[in-house]
Design a protein around this ligand. Structure first.
Ligand code: NAI
Length: 331
């Protein structure tokens, strides 16, 4: 199928081309994000491949539909950037990568937690400048602490297992119970108890209408004083202004985020020579106890390989009229 691949970075081109080694699909790589302005670039393409910050809202989908697109496949697990209902009413099928190395994200979340708690990034910057002072670098032992996991699915359960390995008590909050989480000693509580009891809260639920701003001024006011918040899931789970207020008051001892609610205009590009006009992210990165990374938790060889292979499989299966099962995004 002729497929427009939006937000294509060098690694997307290399690995998607490799996964499409038999040349079955004609891939048109586009560095641009999909948006109302760039949708016309997919004219005549049967399929479109997108990534997390592409605009796959109703307007863009309508335009794609008019241009002949019948299938949208996202190179991600999350699909909150796609208006699945609009796609369905336009007769455009939508698919995702249901399953790829959940270890990539869980391990990165653990890394972010260690980095912010033990101030590893700060220490590295200091030693490069010849400063071997320890003042300001004190953290706390994770051993014996309580870690709250919101969303105990594939990634959350692995993160919980890693934390249990550190000797932490693990609490979980989820709308479904995962026996794997309970088997490793995790205990389910409601979100309020989780915030009140946890020294660390890590977010691993999808972004939905129910979870938007699940971390807000109210939940932070009820959180344990001095807790660390880690978000590797989706930016919209956290009210960033409320998190900044909690950092200022000391309610949050640290914040480590791989995702940010306004990331679409920032992430996956080099803006080092431009003036960044987003004052909120600029404020965040100015805090000594905040770590921001640019949506890289999934970025391991294993995960990327699986994402590309599944994307080509989605194109194959759609073209062959097969049932995509849990890879299908139904509205
Ligand atoms: P999953 O579907 O296996 O687990 C999600 C869990 O969240 C489920 O157990 C679900 O019941 C739970 N959940 C749903 N609504 C909830 C609510 N209101 N409160 C608490 N829990 C709720 O998904 P998986 O694979 O573990 O991924 C989780 C999220 O991680 C994805 O939705 C995505 O947003 C994010 N992600 C981030 C990446 C990154 O590079 N930073 C890469 C991959 C995923």
């Amino acid at each position: 199928m002729k497929t427009a691949v939006f937000s294509a970075r060098r690694y997307d081109q290399t690995l998607l081309t490799r996964a499409n080694a038999d040349g079955r699909h004609q891939l048109l790589f586009l560095q641009d994000r999909l948006s109302p302005e760039t949708a016309m670039l997919a004219a005549g393409c049967d399929a479109v491949s997108v990534f997390v910050n592409d605009d796959v809202g109703a307007g863009v989908l309508a335009q794609l539909g008019r241009q002949g697109t019948r299938f949208v496949t996202t190179r991600s697990t999350g699909f909150n950037h796609i208006d699945a209902q609009a796609a369905s009413s336009l007769g455009i099928a939508v698919a995702r990568v249901a399953d790829y190395s959940p270890h990539s994200v869980a391990e990165f979340a653990a890394g972010l937690l260690l980095a912010v708690n033990r101030k590893i990034a700060r220490a590295s910057v200091r030693t490069r400048e010849g400063n071997f002072e320890l003042d300001g670098l004190m953290g706390f032992d994770l051993h014996g602490k309580t870690v709250g996991v919101i969303g105990t699915g594939k990634i959350g359960a692995i993160f919980a297992r890693i934390m249990a390995g550190f000797g932490c008590t693990v609490l979980g909050s989820d709308v479904h119970r995962n026996p794997e989480f309970e088997a490793l000693g995790g205990r389910y509580v409601d979100a309020a108890e989780l915030f009140a009891a946890s020294d660390v809260v890590s977010l691993h639920c999808p972004l939905t209408e129910d979870t938007r701003y699940i971390v807000n001024a109210q939940s932070l006011a009820a959180a344990k004083h001095g807790c660390i918040l880690v978000n590797t899931s989706r930016g919209g789970l956290v009210d960033t202004e409320a998190a900044i207020a909690a950092l200022k008051s000391g309610r949050l001892r640290g914040l480590a985020i791989d995702v940010y609610e306004q990331e679409a205009s920032l992430f996956f590009q080099d803006l080092s020579s431009t003036v960044i006009t987003d004052d909120v992210i600029q404020r965040l990165v100015s805090f000594p106890n905040v770590i921001v990374t640019g949506h890289q938790a999934f970025f391991t060889e294993e995960a990327i390989g699986q994402i590309m292979d599944t994307t080509i499989r989605n194109l194959n299966d759609f073209e062959d009229g097969l049932d995509l099962g849990e890879r299908s995004v139904a509205s």
